[in-house]
Ligand binder design. Structure first.
Ligand code: CTP
Ligand code: MG
Length: 230
């Protein structure tokens, strides 16, 4: 199974002056943990890291130091995540039938989650990891007034990995590009093209490290996993 890791963001909400994936989390760069899970997955046998040119030397050094046992390709990222994934799809080997896409920023996803997604993808065209939402979600208008409270039993929080048939996802990206669709995940492109996307039970700990609070929570979870938490 081929894996693309979007890692070409700026990390603006983290408030740091560099890509958040290069910040230190328990003594290692954040992306180290994402790559470690990818390497421990039984199904992933090729990794494409989508990144900005300025981060390439650091990312290459991290990959070299990890002595990754799987082939790794670095692919030029774009201005948005959507553009980055599009570039990533062009950088896949020609024999790639299915692809998993997993955000570099979701550094707590377990190898088991990657493997469950890879296995489920053998039997469908599109899927995402997701978890039931815990909060009650409100739809609010521009004036700050609540318009609706959707039934929580129908609401799921989308995560990555997200997995797709490569040819179909490429077509969806091209349709999206021509139609000017702006989306924050790949499933949304599939949905807009009226293609089916399945849910795979995600992990509560699979958070996307976005703000400094997330970094602190991620560090806590990693410490617990290492058995050194107190
Ligand atoms: N990403 C990407 N290319 C972009 C923007 C984002 O590959 N042009 C990646 C990020 O590196 C991250 C994932 O997409 O792994 C999810 O994006 P997000 O959490 O929004 O990260 P950033 O865009 O870096 O953060 P921010 O939105 O706060 O600037
Ligand atoms: Mg972003």
């Amino acid at each position: 199974m081929h894996l693309l890791i979007p890692a070409a963001g700026m990390g603006r909400r983290m408030g740091s002056n560099r890509n958040k994936l290069l910040l230190t989390l328990l003594g290692k760069p954040l992306i180290f943990w994402t790559l470690q899970a990818a390497c421990a997955s039984r199904h992933i046998n090729w990794i494409g890291i989508i990144c900005q040119l300025e981060d390439l030397p650091d990312l290459k050094a991290i990959a070299e130091e990890m002595a990754l046992t799987k082939p790794v390709r670095f692919i030029q990222g774009g201005k948005t995540r959507q553009e980055s994934v599009y570039n990533g799809l062009q950088g896949l080997p020609h024999n790639a039938r299915h692809v998993l896409i997993h955000d570099g920023a979701r550094c707590l996803a377990t190898p088991d989650l990657l493997d469950r997604c890879a296995e489920a993808l053998q039997k469908c065209q599109g899927l995402i990891a997701a978890v039931p939402v815990k909060d009650t979600i409100k739809v609010v208008d521009r004036t700050g007034l609540i318009k609706d409270t959707p039934d929580r039993t129908n609401l799921w929080a989308a995560q990555t990995p997200q997995g797709f048939d490569v040819q179909l996802l490429k077509q969806c990206h091209e349709t999206g590009h021509k139609s000017g669709w702006e989306v924050t995940d790949d499933a949304a492109l599939f949905e807009k093209c009226r293609l089916p996307v399945k849910i795979v039970e995600g992990e509560e700990t699979n958070l996307k490290v976005t703000t400094p609070v997330d970094l602190a929570i991620a560090e806590y979870i990693l410490r617990q996993r290492q058995g050194t938490g107190d």
